[in-house]
Design a protein around this ligand. Structure first.
Ligand code: FES
Length: 146
């Protein structure tokens, strides 16, 4: 299977039903994307496929053939993405484990045109944070609407 990963062409010769997360972490050594639940529930593994947020632990590689995959490493090489800046300003992370998935989920929503109303973002982001940083996540999202 061939796809574009963070702007570069990638070929993977494994099984087509291999979860994208395995390829990212094990094959491509892109460990910014995390394994949490493995059943599509927590969102720690969120990446973009053609700009849409997907949970890569449950996303078979056959679905990325010919498409563009972006991980937290490819979102912005210097952490200058507007969502990353908001996260830094509000000091969102505690342990940080889930935050790359959070940022990928929020950045996919914020890239939509037209921009969805702020309350809709809170509804759509269903990622789980074990440290319960939800208040600061909301502050960071709110900052994006100022
Ligand atoms: Fe993929 Fe939890 S690890 S949703």
């Amino acid at each position: 299977m061939k796809f574009i990963l963070n702007g570069k062409p990638v070929t993977f010769d494994g099984e087509p039903d291999t979860p994208l997360l395995w390829v990212l972490r094990e094959d491509q050594q892109l460990t910014g994307t995390k394994f949490g639940c493995g059943i599509g529930a927590c969102g720690a593994c969120t990446v973009h496929v053609d700009g849409e947020a997907v949970r890569s632990c449950c996303y078979p590689l056959l679905l990325v053939e010919g498409r563009h995959v972006t991980t937290i490493e490819g979102l912005s090489p210097d952490r200058s993405h507007l969502v990353q800046k908001a996260w830094i300003k509000e000091e969102v992370p505690q342990c940080g484990y889930c935050q790359s998935g959070m940022i990928m989920a929020v950045s996919a929503v914020m890239a939509r045109k037209p921009l969805p109303p702020e309350p809709q973002v809170y509804k759509e982001i269903t990622n789980i944070c074990r440290c319960a940083t939800y208040h600061r996540i909301r502050l960071a999202i709110h900052r994006l609407y100022q």
